[in-house]
Design a protein around this ligand. Structure first.
Ligand SMILES: [Zn+2]
Length: 242
């Protein structure tokens, strides 16, 4: 199958679907094996998730598995649509599952302008679907058929429940990495975040390409750049050299 133009082919079965400004500019990942495909983050609500699902189906007809990188609304509000279309596994960090359960209803207000059904909790695909499969300190190897995705955690950073998804050559980092916009600290552990960024900065042998939660794919040097800027308390998050 060919990749539709809206997807960026990252090689090795990995794909990136950037979202519009109306959809929080969130990056959606797709990793396609021979038996099933992994969707990384599900968008801002049923409208967005339906767009994502349609785009996924231009790439693969395989059964879908879902991972949520953390418990912020633009990364998990589309879970119900994927569950309704047969995804029986929704993976997340144990702390993210707890936060989704605790704060999910409160987060609905964030999408009042763009996903009114989700904001109101009325209509199909608006159920808050809590992750079903958990990752804690031990990494999980997810067999997609001919391709293994490694789900792992590195400790509190952007949130207490950040999940990373590594596949050969590519790391989906969620909002631990933020390109083209300021990092969001409201639920963050700044010291832990700097530590995690330093770890990412030396993972380039496995993951030369890193996909941020928002913005363009980066290299491990960008993680070091973010850590430097955080340590210096500076507010300029542009890519080095831009
Ligand atoms: Zn976030």
């Amino acid at each position: 199958m060919t990749t539709s133009p809206q997807w960026q082919d990252l090689g090795g079965g990995s794909h990136l679907l950037p979202s519009s400004a109306a959809r929080a500019l969130v990056n959606i990942g797709l990793v396609v094996g021979t038996e099933r495909a992994l969707v990384i983050d599900t968008g801002c609500g049923p409208r967005h998730a339906a767009e994502i699902l349609a785009a996924v189906r231009t790439v693969t007809a395989l059964p879908l598995v879902v991972a949520n990188t953390h418990a912020h609304w633009d990364h998990f509000f589309g879970n119900a649509v994927f569950k309704d279309h047969g995804a029986t596994e929704i993976w997340a960090h144990a702390a993210a599952r707890r936060d989704i359960a605790a704060t999910g209803e409160l987060q609905r207000a964030a999408v009042a302008g763009v996903e009114p059904e989700m904001a109101a909790g009325e209509g199909s695909g608006t159920e808050l679907v809590i992750p079903t499969h958990l990752v804690d300190t031990e990494a999980v190897e997810l067999d997609l058929g001919g391709l293994t995705a490694t789900l792992f955690t590195l400790g509190p950073a952007h949130t207490d429940g950040d999940l990373l998804v590594g596949v050969p050559g590519v790391l989906f980092a969620g909002d631990i990495l933020e390109e083209g916009a300021e990092p969001q600290f409201e639920d963050a552990n700044p010291a832990g975040w700097i530590r995690v960024l330093r770890t990412l900065a030396v993972m380039g042998a496995d993951y030369p390409v890193m996909v941020p939660g928002h913005g363009r794919p980066v290299t491990p040097a960008f993680a070091a750049h973010m850590a430097d800027r955080m340590e210096a308390g500076q507010g300029d998050w542009a890519r080095p050299g831009d």
